[in-house]
Write a protein that binds this ligand. Structure first.
Ligand code: SF4
Length: 384
């Protein structure tokens, strides 16, 4: 491959490379910007239109660990129901959690509500544009603060997430793992920020990482940085970032107990406010221990009944994977404190995390008493 070109790139300073690279990226963005419901297109930003900081903040919180396609319908429902920071601050927290159900990482929703209350109560309903002040707010870390500052306020902040780290480690063929190269990448990213168009630049980087320089099979022929990309010129774009193989997540195990009434109603309760899935609705479950070995069994059920094992559902959280045994019983008992019977025809509208929804679907399918999910073939226990 063209080693001369690589050598030329490597002898240029960051500042020399940055101006041209930024201009090429912004030109590409003008033509290829994704249309997103929280975004103001580059053609509208040019004469001065800026997005509502509330919408930028909401989208950035929702996009943490979550794909754009998943976020869009949630975002649209949220802004239809709570169109501004004041309405979200005044909202009932249970309703906010309910509207978040299925989006995952529920601590984000609790932080979102707290942040809205602080902005409404202590900042006169306006988001600060200052990076340091933004980072004092619940749920806003360095990346989210930089994204809000750049996109909503055109502050020259570099919003650096995993996508940006991947792109820059390829463009500069950085021969160190990201964890070591982070200070260098920060410097490279900051040097690229366009002082006149920081908001467009931040969103252009996001779009490049999401649509062209993807983790697998980067689309180098359509990349605005092909000419200066060291990884491309060496014909090894997928070699970078170096050493990013993730260690396997530890496995935990637990059990969910699905009690079903004669009418088909399912016993639900609200989980404790803190911890994983805190404050969300679900069937009674055990703790999720750190140990994988050994079945949990019906002995751990919340009350004595003819519990039957239906199978196992699997779910991957940020720090561990979970195998959840699913047990079911039929019962006429009265709900305990903090519990309720959720009618079969209302289960779809209950605000359940996807893990809990999967467990209930499995139990109902095995019982064959609901159209909520199809029964498994041959009457075998199912794994989901
Ligand atoms: Fe990524 Fe390829 Fe573009 Fe380099 S040329 S930044 S590897 S898409």
């Amino acid at each position: 491959m063209p080693s001369v070109a690589v050598a030329q790139i490597q002898t240029r300073t960051i500042e020399q490379c940055a101006g041209d690279s930024t201009a090429r990226l912004l030109d590409w963005y003008e033509e290829n910007a994704r249309q997103l419901p929280w975004r103001v297109a580059p053609v509208s930003r040019r004469p001065g239109e800026r997005p509502d900081p509330y919408r930028v903040w909401l989208s950035e919180i929702m996009l943490q660990q979550t794909r754009v396609a998943t976020v869009i319908p949630y975002f649209e429902r949220f802004v239809a129901r709570w169109p501004d920071i004041a309405s979200l601050a005044a909202a009932d927290e249970a309703e906010v959690m309910s509207a978040w159900a299925g989006l995952g990482y529920y601590s984000r929703a609790r932080s979102l509500k707290r942040c809205a209350e602080i902005i409404a109560g202590q900042h006169g309903g306006r988001f600060p544009c200052d990076l340091a002040k933004l980072q004092t707010l619940p749920g806003i870390g360095p990346y989210t603060a930089a994204a809000i500052a750049a996109i909503a306020f055109d502050e020259p902040a570099a919003a650096i997430d995993g996508n940006v780290e991947r792109v820059l480690s390829r463009v500069h063929a950085i021969a160190e793992p990201i964890a070591i190269a982070r200070p260098k990448i920060r410097k490279l990213a900051q040097a690229l920020v366009d002082a006149k168009r920081p908001g467009d630049f931040a969103q252009a980087m996001m779009d490049l990482g999401a649509t062209v320089c993807t983790p697998k099979s980067p689309d180098c022929p359509n990349c605005p940085w092909q000419a200066e990309c060291a990884a491309f010129l060496r014909d090894e774009p997928e070699k970078y970032p170096i050493g990013t193989t993730k260690p396997a997540k530890p496995m935990r195990r637990g059990a969910a107990f699905i009690a079903i009434e004669a009418s088909g109603a399912v016993l639900l309760e609200r989980r404790p406010p803190s911890g994983l899935l805190g404050g969300m609705a679900g069937p009674p479950t055990t703790d999720w221990s750190a140990r994988r070995d050994g079945a949990i069994g019906a002995d751990a059920a919340p009350f004595t009944a003819d519990w039957r094992l239906c199978g196992t559902v699997r779910h991957v959280f940020t720090h561990f994977a979970l195998e959840l045994e699913v047990w079911r019983c039929e019962t006429q008992r009265s709900p305990g404190v903090g519990q309720w019977w959720a009618a079969a025809d209302r289960l779809e509208s209950e605000a359940l995390p996807s893990l809990m929804r999967k467990a209930i679907q499995l139990a109902l399918a095995i019982g064959g008493n609901s159209g909520y999910a199809r029964p498994p073939k041959n009457g075998k226990r199912a794994d989901v």
